[in-house]
Each structure stands twice: as structure tokens, then as C-alpha cells.
Design a protein around this ligand. Structure first.
Ligand code: NAP
Length: 484
């Protein structure tokens, strides 16, 4: 193929990858999508644990251009979200461009030819005009290295690799971790298992989700009066957007969340020791504020025990905590989150002058607008550093990015400027501003969370409102970029 007409390689076929593909399709730019899993959906393909679903309203956790009037409930379950993404891939004719079951094992910029060589797991290589990393931030399960883990003779798995072949009925189950995933599956497990022991390191601020099924009437109305659907979406967007100030230090709204959580605890749990154990001691918002209608009632069940002592080690038939108590179990489920500190790892990425992205991102990941990196011409990131949200829908952010990247790629297709990378001083200014704004937020408070790097710097979250992000990305500005 002539070097001028090389395709764009999109890595990942989740929410970001499918969206980017739609954008390039619209612009008539050739592309190929490489996906390591055997199906479309990214995190929604991988996370199949019971109760998996989104804690962002489905009207917002969906593409603005592909609104779905008939979501079954306010917060859709994972199977429905996955089906939605598959439907979008069909509808926008993306599917035939996706190579499933293929992993990108390396990407190298070839400066002389202004192209990317993308190495695949099947030992082939694709030469690309540009590369879009749409790999998400939450796809590499993290399991802590507990002492003696290899001695455990029961079944163990991570929540993102659920073992559906293991019936939990009548089993004694340990759940390690009490974050966003645990609060969704544990209530289901507790209904089947003989006993569930939750090993909780720190409790979360959890407020009522108020989930419910949509009435058929509502679905029909949204289908036949699309304007209503758009109004509903706009109203829900506004409400989320207005909640951003809650993430500023000492906010009133943050205290309201704390009160709502404490009220939910008091109404579901009568035991004061347990009430105390599940009440956080850090400000609401520092970790992701979680939504659930059944978490606290589940913890109050007779067959559920909350253990707050640290896990000291594993033995053949269970876990031992550092207070000397042993906890015999048949199954251990890790709800211990994902490797998030090395964004884009483990793909080795080499930019201009043989600079590796890992080196460029010392001491921590950063990117201009969360999308582009100096010395990495024609490389674009979706859901990159500092683009995660505490208060809104990531799909909104992804749409801003896809549009922006689409504009940039359209420019590099033009013979005059074949490769672009952001100017160093522009990137530095952007990051300094982002970190200055982040220093006013509650995310830096005294809690552990995947929003922060090892040095405490907030590397995952966006610093402001969704609207501000949209404003910054509304137009690709060539003057912010070096031409290569
Ligand atoms: P997570 O929120 O990071 O929670 C991990 C849990 O594991 C925490 O309770 C953590 O305790 C605990 N943990 C980690 N290392 C441990 C150790 N060595 N010993 C004991 N406990 C340990 O992970 P997640 O629940 O998988 O969720 C990750 C992210 O995925 C969420 O923040 C969210 O963005 C996304 N998610 C979203 C949805 C949704 O509905 N949209 C659903 C699921 C997940 P500490 O709190 O003390 O660190």
C-alpha cells in the first residue's frame, strides 16, 4: 500500500475504539481495529460477574448519536451495554474492520516514513499512518501478592475473570476488596453461598442508587418522541455536571453524600460495631462515590461477615488475618481492582528518537489534553491520563476525544503536515494547570485510590467539569503542535 494511504490503527474495541472507528468512518479515513479479546465491548466484554452493570445512567453512558430509547432500567446491566456496543458496531459498519483475538505487542514510530509499525501477537505487523490507543484504564486485573497464596487449595479468581463454571451455592466464599465491583457482585453471591467473608481494607462512601426498571410506557414515549429522550439526557447531564463542585475540598455537597451514606447505614445495620466498620474516615469523593441499593442490607445478613483485620497470609484451606484468626473458605474472589498506574502498559511504545513512552512518562503519565504526547507524532490516546471523571459519564469525554482526534488525523492526511505531536511547552503548561486545579479537589485527601500514582500525584482524573473539557477539545489547533 502507498505510504500516503496507510490505515489508522485503533487499538481496542471497547467504548472508545468503536467510537473512534465511527468517527473515522464518517470522515472516510481507512482504519483497522485490533482487539485482544474474542468479542467487542472492552470492559463490558471482560466483566461478566453477577450484578455487573454501570453506575452511570444509561441515557448518558451511551453515544449521543446513538441514543437507545429502550434501556431496560436506569442503570443498564453489562449484558445490555455489551449488546448495545455490538449493535453500534453493526449499525455503523465497523465490525468488518475489527480483528478480534489479536493483541498489539509493540508500536514503533518510524520517523523517516512518518508512520507507525504496529506489531501483533500473530507475528505480523501493520504499517499505519497514525495509531489510536483505545485500550481503557481498567483492563489489567490486579491481585496483591499475599504471602502463601500458592498454598491455597480452593478456587480463586479475580472479579474481572469470573469463573462461571464454579457454582457458589452452599460454599464459603472470601471476597477481598470492597470497591465498585465488590458492591455489585457480593449481594448476589450472598444469596447463594453458605457464608461470605468480606475482607475490607477501607470502607467506601456509598449512597442510594435508586435504580429501577423503566416502564414500557416510558420506553415507548422515548422511542416516538426523540426530543423527550434528548431532554431527559440533557437534564441528567446537567445534574451530574452541577455535582462537580462536590469534589472540591470541604464541599457542602460532599457532606450531604456523607449524611446520605450514614443514613443508609443506620437504616440497614443495627450492630454499632458493624456500623462503625463500614463508615469511612476520609472525605466523600476522595475515592469514587459508589451507588448501591443493596450493599448495606447485604452486610447485615446472617451469612455475611465483615473482617477489617489485614490478611496476614493464605493457608491450604483459607486465610489468616493479623489478629491471629483463621478463616476457612472454599473460594476466594479478588475484587482488588486493576493496574492503573502505568497507563497503556504493557505495550512497549517507541516514539521519535527511539524514546520509549515509559521513559517519557517518568515520573508519571501525562498528555496534552489527555490525548497526545510530545515526541510521539501521530499517536493519540483515548481515556488517557487525567481524563477520568468522578462525577459524569466517560462517554462524553470519549466523544470529545474522538472528534478532536478525527480532526487531527484529517489534518495529517493532508500532504503538507503528515505528523503532529504536541509542543512541549504547551503540554507542560496544560499539565501544570491541570495539577493546580486538581490540588483544590478532594482526590488528593488521605485515602488510597486508583486516581493517584505511587507519589500521590493524581494521574487519572480530569480537573474540572465535562463542559470545560469539551471547550478545550472543541477544535484541533495546529499551533499547539509541532509538524514532523
Ligand atoms: P477498586 O474500586 O480499586 O477497589 C479495589 C478494592 O480492593 C478496594 O476495596 C481496595 O481497598 C481493595 N484492595 C486492594 N488491594 C488490597 C489488598 N492488598 N488487601 C486488601 N484489600 C485490597 O476496584 P474495582 O472495584 O474493581 O473498581 C475499579 C474501578 O472500576 C472503579 O473505580 C470504577 O471506575 C470501575 N468500575 C465501574 C463500575 C461501574 O458501575 N461503572 C463497576 C465496577 C467497576 P482500599 O480501598 O483500601 O484500597
Amino acid at each position: 500500500m502507498s505510504e500516503q494511504f496507510l490505515p489508522i490503527v485503533i487499538i481496542g474495541a471497547g467504548f472508545s475504539g468503536v467510537l473512534m472507528a465511527v468517527e473515522l468512518r464518517k470522515r472516510n479515513i481507512p482504519f483497522v481495529v485490533i482487539e485482544k479479546s474474542e468479542g467487542i465491548g472492552g470492559t463490558w466484554f471482560e466483566n461478566t460477574y453477577p450484578g455487573a452493570g454501570c453506575d452511570v445512567l444509561s441515557t448518558l453512558y451511551s453515544y449521543s448519536f446513538a441514543q437507545k430509547p429502550d434501556w431496560s432500567r436506569r442503570f443498564a446491566p453489562h449484558s445490555e451495554i455489551r449488546a448495545y456496543l455490538e449493535e453500534c458496531a453493526e449499525r455503523y459498519d465497523i465490525r468488518r474492520h475489527i480483528r478480534l483475538g489479536t493483541e498489539v505487542v509493540g508500536a514503533r514510530y518510524v520517523a523517516e516514513a512518518r508512520r507507525w509499525d504496529v506489531a501483533l501477537s500473530n507475528e505480523t505487523e501493520i504499517k499505519a499512518r497514525a495509531v489510536v490507543f483505545a485500550v481503557g484504564q481498567l483492563n489489567r486485573p490486579s491481585i496483591p501478592s499475599f504471602r502463601g497464596r500458592e498454598r491455597f487449595s480452593g478456587v480463586e479468581f479475580h472479579s474481572a475473570r469470573w469463573r462461571h463454571d464454579h457454582d457458589l451455592t452452599g460454599k464459603r466464599v472470601a471476597v477481598v476488596g470492597s470497591g465498585a465491583s465488590a458492591i455489585q457482585f457480593l449481594p448476589h453471591v450472598a444469596r447463594e453461598a453458605k457464608q461470605v467473608i468480606l475482607f475490607q481494607r477501607s470502607p467506601n462512601w456509598i449512597i442510594p442508587k435508586n435504580d429501577r426498571l423503566y416502564h414500557e410506557r416510558e420506553k415507548r414515549l422515548r422511542k416516538h418522541v426523540p426530543l423527550l429522550m434528548r431532554l431527559q439526557r440533557a437534564w441528567e447531564y446537567l445534574q451530574l455536571e452541577l455535582s462537580f463542585p462536590a469534589f472540591l475540598k470541604d464541599s457542602k455537597k460532599g457532606r450531604k453524600w456523607e449524611e446520605a451514606c450514614k443514613a443508609a447505614i443506620a437504616s440497614a445495620i443495627k450492630d454499632p460495631v458493624l456500623q462503625d466498620a463500614v463508615t469511612p474516615d476520609y472525605p466523600a469523593g476522595c475515592k469514587r462515590v459508589l451507588l448501591s441499593d443493596d450493599w448495606f442490607p447485604t452486610l447485615a445478613r446472617d451469612n455475611v461477615q465483615v473482617v477489617t483485620s489485614s490478611i496476614a497470609e493464605f493457608g491450604p484451606s483459607g486465610l489468616l488475618t493479623d489478629d491471629g484468626v483463621s478463616h476457612p473458605v472454599d473460594v476466594v474472589i479478588y475484587a482488588t481492582g486493576f493496574e492503573t498506574r502505568q497507563v497503556l502498559a504493557p505495550i512497549p511504545i517507541e516514539g521519535a528518537r527511539s524514546l520509549s513512552l515509559q521513559d517519557a512518562w517518568q515520573p508519571h503519565p501525562h498528555a496534552y489534553l489527555g490525548v497526545t504526547v510530545p515526541d510521539f507524532p501521530n499517536a493519540f490516546i483515548m481515556y488517557g491520563p487525567n481524563t477520568n471523571l468522578g462525577h459524569g459519564s466517560i462517554v462524553f469525554m470519549l466523544e470529545c476525544q474522538a472528534r478532536y482526534i478525527g480532526q487531527a488525523i484529517a489534518k495529517v492526511q493532508d500532504a503538507a503536515s503528515r505528523a503532529v505531536a504536541p509542543k512541549r511547552h504547551v503540554t507542560q503548561r496544560f499539565n501544570a494547570d491541570t495539577q493546580a486545579r486538581l490540588s483544590r479537589t478532594v482526590w488528593g485527601a488521605n485515602c488510597s485510590s486508583w486516581y493517584k500514582g505511587a507519589d500521590g500525584v493524581i494521574v487519572n482524573n480530569w480537573s474540572s467539569t465535562m463542559l470545560r473539557y469539551w471547550w478545550k477539545l472543541r477544535r484541533f489547533k495546529a499551533r499547539d503542535y509541532d509538524q514532523w
